[in-house]
Structures are given as structure tokens and as C-alpha cells.
Design a protein around this ligand. Sequence first.
Ligand SMILES: Cc1cc2nc3c(=O)[nH]c(=O)nc-3n(C[C@H](O)[C@H](O)[C@H](O)COP(=O)(O)O)c2cc1C
Length: 339
Amino acid sequence: MTPSNAAQHSASFSVAPMVDWTDRHCRYFHRLLSRRAVLYTEMLAAAAVLRGDRARLLAFNAEEHPVVVQLGGSDPAEMAEAAAICAEWGYDAVNINVGCPSDKVQQGRFGAVLFKEPETVAACARAMGQAVRATGRAVPITVKCRIGVDEIDSDEALARFIEMVAVEGVETFVIHARKALLRGLSPKENRTVPPLDHARVHRMKKRFPSLEIIINGGLASIDECKAQLAHVDGVMVGRAAYQTPWLLSDVDPALFGEPAPVKSRLEAVERFMPYVRARLEEGVPLNAMTKHLLGLFHGVPGARALRRVLSEEAPKNPSDIGVLERALEHVRQPVPAAG
Ligand SMILES: Cc1cc2nc3c(=O)[nH]c(=O)nc-3n(C[C@H](O)[C@H](O)[C@H](O)COP(=O)(O)O)c2cc1C
């Protein structure tokens, strides 16, 4: 591949797939803060998509677009069928998880362990591409992986993995810039202990100029994202986006030169309210939605009191939107600290 046939990829920003965190309520809320962010589902096991409660697993609101579903699995036939179902449900892309290091996932032979078997990922990608095309929808198959796993930890190994999978039509690779250690570290430690190596991801972009290379791992601010975009096509932010979601309000202005969709944190919550009311009427418990707001007022006077009200009272009052209204009072009129 030479630079002359390099495709032009416009910059992208995405919020990472995070189990228990990036559910549909979270994504709806994040969409209120950025029109441009690409949003990901939590990882769904392909087998669950085939045999589980599809409406519960796959339903989302039209406002969430662009939204990518992430699948975990290693059986090409199962992954293909699940991908076709996701395409029919209207997802904008289907992403294969090659990054999750948890024991449960390793037993199912998917996630990061698949980095050691590029041919399996390639077979899945091929079957998924065919199945999705058969639905008549143009839904790309993408991959999220690490820079290495265990002793497989070199530019050459990562490049070989990318090459073998790209041949099957995968054009977008999200690369978490730290390797996974499959024995001895918890999933959480696997997001902090192995050192970040952003430079390896940058080198992959140089090596594969026509592929869309998205970097992930340790990006804590929009300024850091901007700096990365000099080297790669896109940035993906996980924990910082969830824990301090107000940073998402800077994505459209700072990265795309477009106005932010809301002017204040309070406006964001006010725009979330009708959604919360509608879901409460359907029986969704309040806390399932308000838990995603806990970090929104980070650094603002009254934030701690708001968090306390939401985390203590919302679980006990699953259908009372008054809890949210009361919590907001603390950030509207912060009470001066005693003494
Ligand atoms: C609570 C939690 C759940 C996660 N679940 C997934 C997942 O389902 N699929 C996946 O590919 N990565 C998952 N990850 C990893 C993130 O997508 C991301 O790669 C990682 O957190 C590094 O990005 P960050 O430093 O910006 O957080 C998870 C991370 C966290 C914190």
C-alpha cells in the first residue's frame, strides 16, 4: 500500500464499549452532549444475540446514531448470524471484540485471546461480512484489539494480525494501546498495569495508510485527543468519557468546529428528563438512568451532594423522578459549606 492509494478518513471520536456502563440509557445521555461522537454498545456475546432476549439486548433509540454494536465470539457461523441480526436492527457498524481479557470471556474463547489466532478473527470477519451483505445493508465489520497479548508483543505481530484481518474486508481497527496479560491480572488491572504505547499505534497508521486506525487508551481530555489526531484517524475514549461526561460537550466544537448541542450541564439533564419520564412509565428503574449522571457535575459546587442523593435515593425510589429534581437543587443553588 502506498500513500497514493490511501483513502482519506475524516477524523472520528468515539466513546468506548464498556460493559455495565454504555447501555442504551447512557448512550442517549451521551448523545445529548455530542452529535458527532460515535457511540458503542456494551460487548454482547454472539450466542446471547442468537438465543437471548433480543429486544432487551439490541433495542436502541434512533437518537443514538451513529451507534456501533460490539460482538464477542469466535464461531464464524454464530458471529455471522449475530452480525446479520444486528444489521437488521439498524446498527451502523458491527465491531468484533479482540480486547477483553476476562477469564469468563477466555473460556468462551473470545476477546483478547483471539489476538493469538488471527485466522479465527479473519474467518469471523469474512463470514460476518457475507452475512451482513446478504441483508442488503451496508454495515461495516470493524475490530477492536490490543497492541499485543502476553508474549505476542511486537510491531510485527500486530501488523500481521491487522493484515490477516484486513484482507477479509475489515477497514477500521480500534487499537487499545496496551497489551493484555491473560494470566495473573484482573480485567481492571489490564486497563492500568501494562504500560501505554501510543507510538505503536501511530506506526500502524504509517504502515497501513489506507486503513482507518483509531487509537484508544488513557486519553483523558479533548486536548489529548486533538494531539493524537495528528497521528491517527480517530480517537476512542472510555473511562474519562463515562466518569466525566461533560468533556463530551467539547467534542463537537473542539474537534469538528460545530456548536455544542447544549450550553450547560443543567441543560443536558433537562433535555434528558423527557427520556427519563418516558422510560419510567415503561417500568425502567430510575437508577438505571441516573447512575450515568453521577460524574456530570464533577468539579462543580454541590456535585458531591447531588451524587449522594442520586446514589442513595434513586435505588430506593425506582419510579420517582422527584429524586432527580431534588438532586439537581444542589447544583442549582449550592449550599455554602458549614463553618
Ligand atoms: C467498566 C468497563 C467495561 C469495559 N467493557 C468493554 C467491552 O465490553 N468491550 C471492550 O472492547 N472493551 C471494554 N472495556 C475497555 C474499554 O473499551 C477501553 O478499551 C479501555 O477502558 C481503555 O480506554 P480508556 O483508557 O479511555 O478507558 C471496558 C472498560 C471498562 C472501564
